[in-house]
Design a protein around this ligand. Structure first.
Ligand SMILES: [Zn+2]
Length: 273
């Protein structure tokens, strides 16, 4: 009897030992959230991701404005305003350096933030195209243009071609999928609020779209990517050079994030700040 029990214990230990390494990466975020759920999870931390950086300049304006410089300036302005509103802010890059997309995701997850905002500027072969687009993650692009934007923004992802590349372990892949989908609705909600606040001029409102962005994949929180204008359009580039348009964009994103935060807290039964 004693021996049987010992054998059983050894077998259980072996099975746990075999499963643990495979499950750990997928379960760690879920565990982190379970711990968080034991206390009130207030909307208080935002990750701001300035796209590109370093050798990766991103889109280039006809007059020479570079996406990497523009979005870094917007990120700093936004961080200052969020800080002024009592929010904690984490920047995925503070300077003109290249940060791999998967590292940006890790920074956001380590911060256990409540919202991830990735800031980019658009480009098109058609120089007449202008305006603001907001994206949230999905495995399928909502239209051809959305797919092209994702392909361009994913170029910095140097590990593999397919954004859907995940663990070979089927179970881990399924858990990973569920965790991402859990935030889909809230990501959509923030994307809509942002689009509403940003695109006051219906001439420049291009809407909310979905596409497989690597930088949004694996982010364990509501996340959206904002394309603040087309650098390939002269009018957009001109206005994006000025502080007035930059501050307008920042104010719009602050309003959207604060409204999102109010709803986020209300859903979780957390009183207003
Ligand atoms: Zn970009």
């Amino acid at each position: 009897m004693q021996l049987e029990r010992k054998r059983f214990a050894v077998a259980v230990a072996l099975v746990i030992g075999m499963l643990a390494p495979a499950l750990a990466p997928a379960l760690a975020p879920a565990l982190a959230r379970a711990v968080e759920a034991s206390g009130p999870n207030r909307f208080d931390t935002v990750v701001i991701d300035a796209g590109h950086g370093g050798d990766d300049v991103g889109a280039r304006g006809a007059e020479g404005l570079l996406e990497k410089d523009l979005v870094l300036d917007i990120a700093h302005r936004l961080a200052k305003r969020f800080g002024g509103n009592g929010l904690q802010v984490v920047l995925t890059r503070r300077d003109d350096i290249f940060v791999p997309l998967e590292e940006r995701t890790s920074i956001a997850n380590d911060a256990r933030a409540d919202l991830f905002i990735s800031i980019h500027a658009n480009a098109s072969h058609d120089t007449k195209v202008r305006g603001i687009e907001t994206f949230f993650l999905s495995l399928a692009a909502s239209d051809d243009h959305a797919g092209q934007v994702a392909r361009r923004e994913n170029q910095a992802f140097r590990i593999g071609d397919t954004p859907a590349k995940r663990s070979d372990d089927a179970l881990v892949a399924i858990i990973g999928d569920l965790i991402t989908k859990e935030h889909m609705e809230e990501s959509n909600e923030f994307a809509r609020l942002a689009q509403l606040e940003l695109a006051g001029d219906p001439q420049v409102a291009r809407g909310v779209k979905q596409a497989p962005f690597v930088v949004l994949e694996g982010v364990q929180m509501p996340a959206a990517l904002v394309e603040i204008g087309f650098l390939t359009n002269r009018l957009d580039e001109q206005s994006l050079r000025g502080a007035k348009e930059r501050d307008r964009i920042v104010s719009a994103l602050v309003r959207a994030a604060l409204e999102f935060g109010r709803r986020y807290d209300a859903r979780r039964g957390v009183g207003s700040r």
